[in-house]
Design a protein around this ligand. Structure first.
Ligand SMILES: NC(=O)c1ccc[n+]([C@@H]2O[C@H](COP(=O)([O-])OP(=O)(O)OC[C@H]3O[C@@H](n4cnc5c(N)ncnc54)[C@H](OP(=O)(O)O)[C@@H]3O)[C@@H](O)[C@H]2O)c1
Length: 328
């Protein structure tokens, strides 16, 4: 019998249930994927906790790798037995096997393992969006990366550094700072848990030659938002792409002008890869960057799929560096 994780009410990790999930034959345009590795992402926590409300009961998970087991009518370009990965909804990646729209599946090259693909496809395509669509890296430019030792953070830091950008990473511990330096960050600042972001902008400005940074990549949200705006050089861009610390404040657009003609964007990976051609092209570039070493899959730990709740506890406790992967 096939199994998956679901939750019937929002709450803490304990709401996650391991349930039987009978599988039908794949419908037209679908493929059945037997998962071999599943990525855990902060958006799973937003959904589980109710920060992003979803219709209930709800399946969880946007990211997995696996093997095509059966094809529905009208599916072309995929074979049974082929290794694939995917990055988007409908949710349900926290399962042993599932049916998924075939045009959302990305074939995996031999250069990447299933576990690495599950750790990379969501977080790496988010980094791809940030370095290819949101802002094109300029060698020598200074940028700020919050949560730089996280799943997205380590990938983003290395990709930017590889392209000559000077990254100032922000993390909560000295151990995480070492991991971020190892990915090529020019500098790392530590804001411990419960610590204040009050001095961050002045430190960032000092490091970035007095002017501030060209881009602030902020996935922390509530706690760091003001410090990110204050860290920007004139005409700088705040790419606010997550809210691990809580909901974002409302913004007075005129205030962005007063603070130095600043730009604010709320980028999301889903529109970035909504077009199947964009998805395939971005995935190709991501896997190429991985094969060449500009991108690395950092797996903090692997846990059994049934223990998804424990994976959520670990991610929320801020004790992970890189990605968590669930193994069915
Ligand atoms: N917009 C998009 O399309 C998109 C796509 C993927 C991910 N994201 C966002 O990117 C971020 C990173 O995702 P991820 O899955 O790779 O997670 P992650 O970065 O591995 O984990 C979140 C990190 O945020 C930092 N953090 C700072 N304040 C926090 C707080 N109050 N509570 C919890 N964490 C806090 C922690 O690092 P320190 O302990 O070092 O501070 C923590 O390790 C998330 O905000 C996620 O929503 C957005």
């Amino acid at each position: 019998m096939n199994h998956r994780i679901l939750f019937r009410a929002p709450g803490g990790p304990e709401v996650l249930e391991w349930v039987e999930a009978p599988l039908k034959a794949p419908g037209p345009g679908e493929a059945r994927v037997r998962h071999t590795a599943i990525g855990v992402n902060y958006i799973d926590i937003y959904q589980r906790s109710g920060a992003y409300p979803v219709p209930l009961p709800a399946a969880l998970g946007f990211e997995a790798a696996g093997v095509v087991e059966a094809l529905g009518d009208g599916v072309a370009g995929l074979d049974v037995g082929q290794r694939v990965a995917y990055v988007d909804g409908p949710t349900g990646a926290y399962s042993e096997a599932r049916n998924h729209p075939a045009d959302r599946l990305v074939p995996l090259p031999a250069s990447i393992s299933d576990e690495a693909a599950a750790a990379l496809i969501f977080k790496g395509l988010t980094a791809h969006m940030l370095v290819r669509r949101v802002w094109r890296p300029v060698p020598g430019a200074w940028v700020l990366v919050h949560a730089a030792a996280g799943g997205v953070g380590l990938i983003l830091t290395r990709w930017l550094a590889t392209e000559g950008v000077r990254v100032i990473g922000v993390v909560s511990t000295e151990e995480k700072a070492a991991a971020v330096r190892a990915e090529g960050a020019a500098a790392v600042l530590i804001v411990p848990r419960g610590g204040s972001y009050g001095n961050l902008a002045s430190e960032v400005r000092r490091l970035a030659g007095g002017k501030g940074v060209r881009v602030a990549y902020d996935s922390v949200g509530k706690d760091s938002f003001e410090a990110s705006l204050d860290s920007l050089a004139p005409f700088g861009l705040l790419a606010s792409f997550g809210r691990a610390s809580g909901a974002l404040p409302l913004v007075d657009v005129a205030d962005l002008g007063r603070r130095g003609a600043l730009a604010l964007q709320r980028p999301s990976v889903f529109p970035h890869v909504a077009d199947p051609a964009d998805l395939r092209a971005a995935a190709r570039e991501l896997f190429e960057a991985h094969a060449q070493g500009a991108v690395r899959a950092h797996i903090h730990d692997r846990l059994p799929l049934r223990e998804a709740a424990q994976a959520h506890r670990l991610l929320e406790s801020r004790s992970t560096q890189g990605a968590l992967v669930l193994i069915p």
